[in-house]
Design a protein around this ligand. Structure first.
Ligand code: FA5
Length: 340
C-alpha cells in the first residue's frame, strides 16, 4: 500500500489542471481504479478474522489518504487559477501602454563618429588623446613658450605639477609625431577646457577635432582639398566658407576657415555675431613643432587643423545655443533618439 501512496503522490505532483486531477482520481478511485480494485481482487476467504480486520483498516486508510490528497491538490490548483483570473481582471488592456525609451547617442558623439568615418575614408587614423596634459605639450612643444602673449588667447584651468586641462587638441600634435614618426595622417577628436565666460557660442567645456598630416611635399593645396571633402561630406550640400589669414604660433602660414552662418544666412545673429562662424583654424605645421616632434623640417612638411566639433554639431543639427549640449536636459537629448 505504501507503493500505491508514493505513486499517487508522484502522479499528483505533475497534475496542474482540474482535468488532470480528475484523471488521477479516476486512476485510483474510479470504478476500475487501483484502490477500488484492491478491495475487489483480494481473496478474503483465506484471511483469518483478525487479518480481515487489519486489511480492512489499511484499505480504509488508503482510501482516506487518496481522497484527502486529491482534494488538497484540487483546492491548490483551483485557488491559483482564481488568483490569475483576479490579476487579469485588474489589468485594463484598453489603457495605452508606456513604451520604454531607447536612448541615443549625444549629438556631438554622432558628429564625431561621422567625422571619423569621413577621415578614415581619406586614410587618416583616429587616435585617443589625454584631456589632462602637461604644460609642455599644451604650450611649449607647439611653439608657445612661457611668457608668450599667445598663452593669453586660451584661458586655462591650471592643475598641480605643471598639468593643465588641455585648452585645445593641438596638445597632442608633438606626442603623435614622437610616437608614430613620419609620414603620419591622423585625427584626434576630444574634449577641451577653457576658463571663459559662456554665451550662445562659447562653452568652458567643448569638443575639437585635431587633424595632422606630415609627409614629404605636403602643401596648402592638400589642406584645402581635405577641408573641402570634409565639409561637402558633412553638410551634403554646397556651403559658403571663407579662408582668411589667422595667427597661431604652431602654424606658418596660418588660416581661419569660417562657415557662413546657417541660421541668419550671413547677416549676423546672436549665434554668430557677424554672419560667420569660426569653425576650422588651420595652417602648415610650424618648423619648430616638427623639430619638437623629432621630424626634420628641411625634408618634411605638413598641415594641421583644429576643427570646432561642438560648433560643427550646432550647424549640423540647427542648434542655436551651445549651452544645450552640457545642460543635461533630457528633453533636448530625446530629440536625437531614434523614432520607434
Ligand atoms: C585652437 O584651439 C587651435 N589649436 C586650432 C588650430 C589647430 C589652429 C591646428 C591651427 C592648427 P581656437 O582657439 O580658435 O584654435 O579654437 C579652435 C576652434 O575651437 C574654434 O574655431 C571654435 O570652433 C572652437 N572653440 C574654441 N573655443 C571654444 C569655446 N569656448 N566653445 C566652443 N568652441 C570653441
Amino acid at each position: 500500500m505504501n507503493t500505491i501512496k508514493q505513486q499517487l503522490l508522484s502522479d499528483l505532483s505533475v497534475a496542474k489542471t482540474a482535468e488532470q486531477i480528475e484523471q488521477v482520481r479516476i486512476k485510483y478511485l474510479g470504478r476500475k481504479g487501483i484502490v477500488t480494485n484492491l478491495a475487489k481482487e483480494t481473496d478474503f476467504s483465506k484471511f483469518t478474522s483478525e487479518e480481515k480486520k487489519n486489511f480492512g483498516q489499511q484499505l480504509n486508510d488508503l482510501k482516506d489518504f487518496t481522497t484527502s490528497q486529491i482534494t488538497l491538490v484540487a483546492e491548490q490548483v483551483k485557488s491559483s487559477e482564481t488568483d490569475s483570473a483576479a490579476i487579469l481582471r485588474l489589468i485594463d488592456p484598453s489603457v495605452p501602454g508606456s513604451s520604454g525609451s531607447l536612448g541615443s547617442l549625444h549629438p556631438i558623439t554622432m558628429v564625431q563618429l561621422e567625422l571619423e568615418q569621413i577621415f578614415e575614408g581619406m586614410g587618416f587614423s583616429v587616435l585617443d588623446s589625454p584631456e589632462v596634459e602637461t604644460e609642455f605639450n599644451n604650450f611649449e612643444a607647439i611653439n608657445i613658450p612661457k611668457d608668450h602673449p599667445a598663452r593669453d588667447m586660451q584661458d586655462t584651468f591650471w592643475l598641480k605639477n605643471d598639468l593643465v586641462l588641455r585648452t585645445h587638441t593641438s596638445a597632442n600634435q608633438v606626442r603623435t609625431l614622437r610616437r608614430f614618426g613620419v609620414p603620419v595622417k591622423a585625427i584626434f577628436p576630444g574634449r577641451c577646457f577653457r576658463y571663459e565666460s559662456i554665451d550662445p557660442s562659447h562653452e568652458n567645456t567643448f569638443y575639437q577635432c585635431e587633424g595632422l598630416m606630415v609627409d614629404e611635399g605636403v602643401s596648402v593645396a592638400n589642406l584645402i582639398g581635405v577641408m573641402k571633402t570634409l565639409l561637402s561630406e558633412v553638410f551634403r550640400r554646397d556651403v559658403k566658407v571663407r579662408l582668411r589669414p589667422g595667427f597661431f604660433p604652431f602654424v606658418e602660414p596660418g588660416f581661419e576657415l569660417d562657415l557662413n552662418c546657417m541660421f541668419c544666412g550671413g547677416v549676423g545673429c546672436p549665434t554668430c555675431g557677424d554672419g560667420w562662424i569660426e569653425l576650422i583654424p588651420c595652417g602648415l605645421v610650424h618648423p619648430k613643432v616638427l623639430e619638437f616632434g623629432g621630424v626634420d623640417p628641411a625634408k618634411y612638411s605638413g598641415f594641421a587643423f583644429g576643427l570646432g566639433l561642438t560648433r560643427l554639431a550646432m550647424m549640423r543639427f540647427g542648434i542655436r545655443d551651445i549651452r544645450h549640449f552640457n545642460a543635461g536636459d533630457v528633453r533636448f537629448y530625446e530629440q536625437f533618439a531614434p523614432v520607434l
